[in-house]
Ligand binder design. Structure first.
Ligand code: ZN
Ligand code: ZN
Length: 279
């Protein structure tokens, strides 16, 4: 059962925009946050920071504090583990280079999928796929939509079963960033590294302790998919290892209708703690 939070928190530190898979533009998100009375939000798109500048521009005209965030999709022990980064140095050459690599790997994967489709006489121009990709996070669902458009399948589901899914003729595995590499990447970019929704993956204390040694600085305690047991379990670990306790809704707009902006979050103190660790 989901934990129902009390009054609206001051800060929602986990929000997606159209720069990845959210439905609101960064500017629309900031305006909504301000209307809801949030004092701070963090822009945490998947593998991209392209939403920052618009959010900061709109944020500068309101009282809402904008944290520059990112959510890295990493892999540990065959599990998808998400690492949040806060307040990275946007000018850091290392960070720009690494993010470009991640985007390039998404693009290369799509090209390889299209090559494989061509080998079985299905020709899809890459432009048709990119047209469906919002922002920079191009992926298999966009290929599926192009397959529908070209009448090779009737819907996305059939596209995955017949061509794109695991074991299908045009399946290409995703490039995987290791969780420790993800943590180091955030730290090298002068960011604060926080483990996102650890309860979703059921991550254990010894695993988290090993990541603390690698530079992990916080745990996301409050999250729309965490229940009160998760909150209690990870709060204890955070206290034991002196980690920042963050929280946010994981807002995606109408893509996740049961997760309204600001329903989950933390007090403004956490924002100051994050800012206090900036170097
Ligand atoms: Zn996540
Ligand atoms: Zn997220």
């Amino acid at each position: 059962m989901k934990q129902e939070p009390g009054p609206i928190p001051e800060a929602d530190l986990h929000c997606h925009t159209t720069a990845s898979d959210g439905l609101l533009t960064p500017g629309e998100l900031v305006k909504l946050a301000s209307r809801r009375g949030l004092k701070a939000i963090a822009i945490t798109d998947h593998d991209t920071i392209s939403g920052w500048s618009e959010a900061e521009k709109v944020g500068s005209k309101s009282d809402t504090i904008i944290l520059r965030g990112l959510e890295l999709n990493t892999v540990w022990d065959n599990k998808e583990v998400h690492v949040l980064g806060y307040q990275m140095d946007g000018k850091s050459g290392i960070m720009r280079e690494r993010l470009l690599e991640l985007q390039q790997s998404r693009f290369d994967r799509i090209k390889e999928i299209l090559n494989r489709l061509e080998q079985i006489d299905i020709k899809i121009p890459i432009g048709d796929v990119l047209e469906y990709a919002q922002g920079e996070s191009v992926g298999r669902p966009h290929v599926a939509r192009a397959l529908v458009k070209h009448r090779h399948v009737i819907n996305n589901q059939e596209a995955f079963v017949r061509y794109l899914g695991l074991g299908a003729p045009a399946y290409v595995p995703r490039f995987k960033l290791d969780t420790v590499e993800g943590i180091r990447f955030i730290r090298e970019s002068k960011g604060i590294a926080v483990l996102a929704h650890p309860g979703l993956q059921g991550l254990k204390e010894d695993t988290i302790a090993s990541w603390v040694k690698e530079g992990l600085q916080g745990l996301e305690i409050i999250h729309s998919d965490h229940n009160s047991i998760d909150q209690e379990f990870y709060s204890k670990i955070a206290l034991k290892y002196d980690l920042i306790m963050t929280g946010g809704s994981d807002f995606h707009g109408a893509n996740k209708p049961n997760v309204p902006l600001g329903k989950w979050g933390v007090s403004l103190d956490v924002v100051w703690q994050i800012k206090g660790l900036e170097n």
